[in-house]
Ligand binder design. Structure first.
Ligand code: NDP
Ligand code: 8X3
Length: 258
């Protein structure tokens, strides 16, 4: 797909994978709708990408868990921004690693409401406009945790398994309208993900990525840029992308002597 006059909407563009996708696609000269809750980061990034790359950007600060906020921003986009060519459903998080029998309801609700319901709220508003134009591409960020489970990952894994199921279902539902639906399922990517998961405990977060080279957010962004740039008859439907040192959710080759 040529980037000329194309608009990509990226949820969760204030850090990590979403920010890297925004930077990469701005460099490729796509116009960007960028979302997230942290207003200062979002507006600073949008201004920077407009200035540096000469693309149009629309920063929208809202919480994807709140259907009224999603409706207020995505349901009522300015005319110029209504034709979204690509939606990257990226906003998401894990909260804690605890067994279900010791789980915290607030942690579960944050994950279910963000990873699953937020993705649904966004897609429900963006897909009809793609259907009307008979073109579009939706890319959902799943996870290796959507293909396997691991102890104490329970609810996070369940949300990502649900993203996998919804992606497959959407691909079927949107097939008659020429809309591509894809999933990218990363393994360990060093972002703010583990800092969020462990509620600000940086030593615990850093330990997740110690002794091997994790994916960088830019690695995932490069993959997404490739998927978006494929010709219209090609859909890269589903990709598992992991660090070379990762073979499963729990199996890492750490501190390997070279
Ligand atoms: P980060 O924590 O760096 O980024 C998460 C992004 O999601 C932020 O921009 C955050 O913005 C946004 N976000 C979170 N909650 C909300 C909300 N309620 N409303 C709006 N935006 C929200 O993590 P990653 O970049 O790693 O995570 C991006 C996606 O990748 C997630 O879906 C995650 O599950 C998935 N993933 C990550 C992996 C990893 O190892 N890092 C591996 C596999 C999948 P803000 O806080 O400003 O709202
Ligand atoms: C993030 C990767 O393995 O921590 O989705 O669940 S994992």
């Amino acid at each position: 797909m040529s980037s000329e006059n194309k608009t990509v909407c990226i949820t969760g563009a204030t850090s990590g994978i979403g920010e890297a996708v925004a930077r990469r696609l701005a460099a490729d000269r796509y116009d960007l709708i960028m979302t997230g809750r942290r207003h200062d980061r979002l507006t600073a990034l949008a201004e920077q990408l407009s200035t540096d790359c000469g693309v149009a950007t629309l920063p929208l600060c809202f919480d994807v868990r709140d259907p009224q906020q999603v409706e207020a921003h995505i349901g009522r986009l300015p005319e110029r921004w209504q034709a979204i060519d690509v939606l990257v459903n990226n906003a998401g998080l894990a909260v804690e690693l605890r067994p279900v029998h010791d789980g915290l309801l607030d942690d579960w609700e944050r994950m279910i409401d963000t990873n699953l319901k937020g993705m649904l709220y966004m897609t429900r508003l963006v897909a009809p406009r793609m259907i009307a134009r008979r073109t579009g591409h939706i890319i959902n960020i799943g996870s290796i945790a959507g293909r396997e489970v691991y102890p104490n990952g329970n609810v996070y894994c369940a949300t990502k398994q649900a993203v996998d199921a919804l992606t497959k279902g959407l691909r079927m539902e949107l097939l008659p309208f020429g809309i591509r639906v894809s999933q990218v399922a990363p393994g360990a990517v060093e972002t703010e993900f583990s800092i969020v998961r462990f509620k600000g405990d940086r030593p615990r977060a850093n330990a997740v990525y110690s002794g091997f080279e994790p994916l960088h957010a830019a690695d995932v962004a490069d993959l997404i840029a490739y998927m978006i740039g494929c010709p219209p008859h090609v859909n890269i439907a589903d990709v598992l992308i992991v660090p070379a040192a990762q073979a499963s959710t729990t199996l890492f080759e750490r501190d390997r002597a070279h």
